[in-house]
Design a protein around this ligand. Structure first.
Ligand SMILES: Nc1ncnc2c1ncn2[C@@H]1O[C@H](COP(=O)(O)OP(=O)(O)OP(=O)(O)O)[C@@H](O)[C@H]1O
Length: 694
């Protein structure tokens, strides 16, 4: 950025000197805004990357077009390229854009967008890209994004130039019609219109392709980033426990898409619209229709321009006032839609239980309520949209005739030609379209703001969940001094802060097999969760032997979608274990009848019986051979005889492993060497105490 800001400053100084000597006000103006731009570019080193990209583009464009303008001013510009010499107004406009980018970097709403958007453009990971006809090449993900964005911005600006050129075609074409000049009519059509219209079509196609490429790459990166952060070290579980971000699935799938699409669909069209606004304003400004202040002799310069500007500003302001409530309504609508989807997904997941309990009626009522929520908000949304649309439709209709009404007196007084009248009408239309960009995209803006809010709160929820694990006032899981799992001064609380378990000092692992018993609800599972490092509420220290491989089997094991082989290997990849090893483990847990169905894809979580699922989880432990195995009522669905056999198998197959079980059956005591009992305290909490084996 620094060398660039020096280049901008150098050009600005040259422009000032040249302007001073030639007395050209435009060139002096070029120098003055250039100095401001140099300062802004210098300071822009600290702004978010996403905005910095625009800053650099405008600074570079200022230097290029500004240098050309100064050369033209000093007579060094080649005569053959005279038609292409930029007027000082072009670099001045570009410099204003640069200043605007720096200015908006202080607006909180823009800062939030830039903070969400920037990480992609900074991503260092390598990716492959193809630029036909060249071979695929490797490039940094962020760099690729920057290149695509820069390309698209420049292309968009060129397109504004093309539409400007076409507006002059418009003028000459209608003048040819008015003057019945057939030769000029055909010349304009064949040599001007066809060429520029062709270029416009091709550039639009290229833009479309580059645009889609950027959007899908960006979205993929964002979705991966969010899901990785959400999945890391049980964060998803803690976020759900804390209840700080509802429907994370929607945030990852839908909101990243809405954010990426909308950021692009606002940033670039906004740029296009502002460029259009400026360039067509110049046309409007130069229309030779003087208008007098009523009752005086004072004429208003740029009358048509001012009319277009005030008309559009007033309309934008009115639309904003009418459309404001849409933002919160859209946010609410998305939330309710996600809740409805979530209820449907749960219904599908618990289909069997619901069918067994004949819960369909209750489910139907629940779904109707959820949909009722959607409908209630929807009517409010429709009403708000109707109000806004009443205004935007009327405004759109009025726009067709307003410029003609303004110009008609001048046309009928023969002060302007038909060509000028149509050119002004189209320029007026462009200016007011640019100004009313916000009106036409108000609904999209509302959805955009809602997506930004949801992504920001999701990010915060993830950060809080992660911070909770390193906070002092939390349960620390650290390498233990010895080989045992050790709890020191641990208090486990519920999410609302009320304590449920107090463990001043507890050593697990003194015996090879330990059984944890206690009343239902005394916090046994919560104790296991704390040892596994996923329970964030409470404080104290849980020491875990360094490098210990810990596995925890819950009462209801999770079976992923896919093959039986994948379910057995989970969370390792299916290829990690040989067929023989997997089949051997299956035999040992008495799942031999499934040994030929390893590669069958099914909803195994619904297909297998509860006991089979629990044995499958034990087979996982046999394959993974952990150092510590925690079983949380992990064999409760088996009959006592089978449970005994499974424990005997674990004992035999994992002789090195420490086993800690939670269980209610008295028969389990025989299979363990020590017992920890959850003893009730006076304050309603429970304390796990090592008891002599009964
Ligand atoms: N996410 C949660 N939010 C609020 N309370 C919770 C949450 N998880 C557990 N609890 C409460 O914590 C207490 C201990 O639960 P826990 O599952 O640890 O008991 P347990 O001893 O394993 O019970 P059981 O023998 O019935 O399985 C219970 O009162 C339970 O309702």
């Amino acid at each position: 950025m620094r060398p660039l800001s020096f280049a901008v400053a150098a050009l600005a100084v040259v422009a000032l000197v040249v302007g001073q000597q030639t007395g050209a006000a435009g060139t002096i103006g070029l120098g003055v805004v250039g100095l401001l731009l140099a300062a802004a570019t210098f300071r822009a080193q600290t702004i978010a990357t996403f905005l910095k990209i625009f800053s650099v583009i405008f600074a570079v464009e200022y230097v290029l077009t500004g240098a050309a303008a100064v050369l033209a001013q000093t007579g060094f510009w080649p005569a053959s390229l005279q038609a292409l010499a930029p007027p000082p107004s072009l670099p001045i406009t570009i410099a204003v854009f640069g200043l605007v980018v720096y200015g908006i970097s202080f607006v909180p709403a823009i800062q939030r967008i830039a903070r969400l958007a920037s990480p992609y453009f900074e991503a260092p990971e390598r990716t492959t890209a193809t630029l036909w006809p060249a071979k695929p090449f490797s490039i940094g993900t962020g760099r690729m994004g920057v290149l695509l964005l820069v390309f698209l911005v420049v292309l968009n600006q060129l397109q504004v130039g093309i539409s400007l050129r076409l507006s002059f075609f418009n003028r000459d074409f209608y003048n040819a019609i008015q003057e019945k000049d057939a030769a000029s009519f055909w010349y304009q059509l064949i040599f001007v219109f066809s060429v520029w219209a062709g270029i416009s079509v091709v550039s639009n196609l290229i833009e479309l392709f580059a645009n889609y490429t950027l959007l899908i790459r960006w979205r993929r990166w964002m979705a991966e980033k969010f899901s990785a952060a959400w999945l890391r070290q049980g964060t998803h579980y803690r976020v759900a426990l804390a209840g700080t971000a509802d429907n994370p699935d929607q945030r990852i799938a839908e909101d990243t898409r809405a954010f990426v699409n909308n950021t692009y669909n606002f940033a670039l069209p906004l740029l296009t619209q502002v460029s259009t606004l400026v360039s067509f304003s110049i046309i409007l400004w130069s229309i030779p229709v003087a208008s007098m202040v009523p009752g005086t002799e004072i004429s208003i310069p740029g009358f048509i321009f001012w009319m277009a500007l005030f008309y559009s500003i007033a309309a934008t302001w009115i639309a904003h006032m009418i459309g404001k409530p849409l933002i919160s309504l859209e946010f609410e609508q998305e939330r309710r839609e996600a809740n409805f989807r979530f209820s449907l997904a749960r219904l599908r997941e618990y289909s069997e239980q619901i069918a067994l309990m004949r819960g369909e009626g209750a489910e139907q009522r629940h779904l109707s309520e959820r949909f009722g929520d959607i409908v209630a908000n929807f009517y409010r949304l429709v009403w708000a949209r109707l109000k806004l649309s009443t205004f935007t439709y009327s405004f759109g209709q009025a726009n067709v005739v307003v410029p003609y009404i303004l110009l008609a007196p001048h046309y009928f007084a023969n002060k302007i030609t038909l060509g000028i009248m149509t050119q002004v009408a189209s320029a007026f239309d462009r200016v007011q379209t640019a100004m009313s960009f916000f009106i036409s995209s108000y609904q999209a803006i509302a959805q955009y703001v809602a997506a930004i809010n949801r992504l920001t709160t999701f990010e915060t929820a993830i950060a809080q969940a992660r911070a909770a694990t390193i906070d002092d006032k939390t349960i620390h899981r650290a390498p233990a001094d010895g080989r045992d799992v050790h709890l020191a001064a641990v208090t486990l609380t519920l999410p609302n802060g009320s304590p449920i378990v107090r463990a001043d000092a507890l050593d697990l692992g003194a015996a090879r097999r330990t059984l944890v018993v206690g009343p239902s609800g005394s916090g046994k599972s919560t104790l296991f969760r704390a040892i596994a490092g996923i329970w964030p509420f409470g404080e104290g220290r849980v020491g875990i032997p360094a490098d210990a491989d810990i596995m925890l089997l819950p009462q209801r094991p999770y079976l992923p979608q896919g093959t039986l082989r994948a379910a057995l290997a989970y969370p390792a990849e299916a290829v990690v274990y040989s067929d023989d090893a997997i089949r051997e483990a299956m035999d040992k847990v008495k799942l031999g009848h499934l040994r030929d169905r390893l590669d069958e894809i099914d909803l195994w979580g619904q297909r297998l019986s509860g006991g089979e699922q629990q044995r499958l989880a034990v087979a996982r432990a046999l394959l993974a051979k952990p150092d510590w195995l925690f079983l949380d009522e992990a064999t409760a669905s088996l009959d006592e005889k089978l449970e005994g056999e499974i424990y005997a198998t674990l004992d035999r197959e994992l002789p090195q492993a420490r086993i800690v079980s939670i269980g209610h059956r008295s028969t389990l005591r025989e299979m363990h060497d020590a017992v920890v009992t959850m003893e009730a305290n006076d304050d309603g909490t429970f304390t796990p105490r090592m008891a002599a084996k009964a």
